[in-house]
Design a protein around this ligand. Sequence first.
Ligand code: ADP
Ligand code: ASP
Ligand code: MG
Length: 452
Amino acid sequence: MKSSPITILKFGGTSVQDANAMNQLVDIVRTRSGRRLVVVSALAKVTDTLVKIAECCEQKQSPLARQLVKDICDRHLDVAEHLKLSNKQILFLQDFLNQLIEWVENQLTLGEMSPKAKDHLLSFGELCSSCLVQGVISKKITSFWVDARDLIATNSEFNSAQVDRELTRNNLMEKVVPHLDEAVGVTQGFIGSDGFGNTTTLGRGGSDYSAALMGAGLDAEKVEIWTDVDGILSTDPRIVKNARVIDQLHFLEAAEMAYFGAKVIHPKTIFPALEKKISVWILNSKNPSAQGTEITYAEDYRSKGVTGIAFKKEVTLVNIYSTRMLGAHGFLKSVFDIFARHKLSVDLIATSEVNLSLTLDPNSDLEALNKVKQELESFSEVEVHGHRGMISVVGGGIRKTPGLALKIFSHLSDINIQMVSMGASELNLSFVVHSDEVNEVIKRLHQSLIES
Ligand code: ADP
Ligand code: ASP
Ligand code: MG
């Protein structure tokens, strides 16, 4: 008998934030048929708390660290109680909570927090939430729990590990597929392990990426990303209340929105799904009957105009001026070699013969940036401006819409635009302003480019 199609259902932090949300999750899983794998994030805000605990360990702030660990334990046990989980399921959860307590005590004694140790610490968020989710699912549907560290195989680049796709696929085929006909699988997003058995993570917000990796590795038919908004919206609804749901979005536009800051989906999510042309949906776990956004692979995206507006607050703008290299070859190469060596990834670039402006992601390592600056200063003058915001107007028709740049900038005549870049992807026009002006710019552009 031929097996049924596989659906991956990924639930983000707010979709597993409490007992209520977890019960809703079960209802959603029950509406889906066929073989299903549920991928969960940590309970909302738990990863942030674990990051704070990591800082406390480094600074030997024992009372605060212990308090935060206790808060996490209490919260999970409280949800378990509300869900009326069996003793066996509570013991399963308690085992991870005990490991967390013991491990933090040990780290407090050492007074350090290596990237490797931090990944181990952060993994408890997803491990604990998946115990609760599997516990509640198993009351209604036969299910099994699987440790994502036995599935997602990565290198040892802690905090943002690179995935070995082939090994991951083999793991999924061996450890998940044989059970899926009989039961719904429950596993964690965000975490994996390296070849030495160390826990790794895929970067903040990486559970979406995990879901796509699992979808690709399992040849799934569909990946559903369940979150707290009705889909991918024309811009961040926290800034523009009447941001619109985009019913269908070409995968390149979705990738561009994500890359340029739309937090609703992790930028790496699209590409594993693309390889297998897996249908990806963004859906609202608090409003499951809403249609959501479908990411499509249809080829006609270039005919459209502006799809959405993404942004990143708190980027760093770096201006590099070289006089000595006028007419010389290799200026750009020298600059980018330095950024690459210090593992700083550049978002936007605008160049002239000897000048270069670029922006760095808000999460960039400032120590690395200082070293880059020192090296660049051996052949150029360098200005570093923090507290900048990058705004990207995204859409398949950006290059083919006459007068679009005028339309954008005519509404910003009182705003100081500090850099402009039209992406080579032809899908975005991005520019940099002062961080304090980002919200105002987004509101004006949404009004003029999308609402009217
Ligand atoms: P989850 O925990 O489910 O992964 P996230 O908080 O990571 O959810 O992402 C969902 C949030 O992304 C939304 O609540 C919204 O505030 C924010 N967001 C930013 N830009 C967009 C956008 N263009 N469309 C939808 N949501 C967006
Ligand atoms: N829990 C992780 C984070 O908050 C991963 C995720 O939610 O996608 O970054
Ligand atoms: Mg997310």
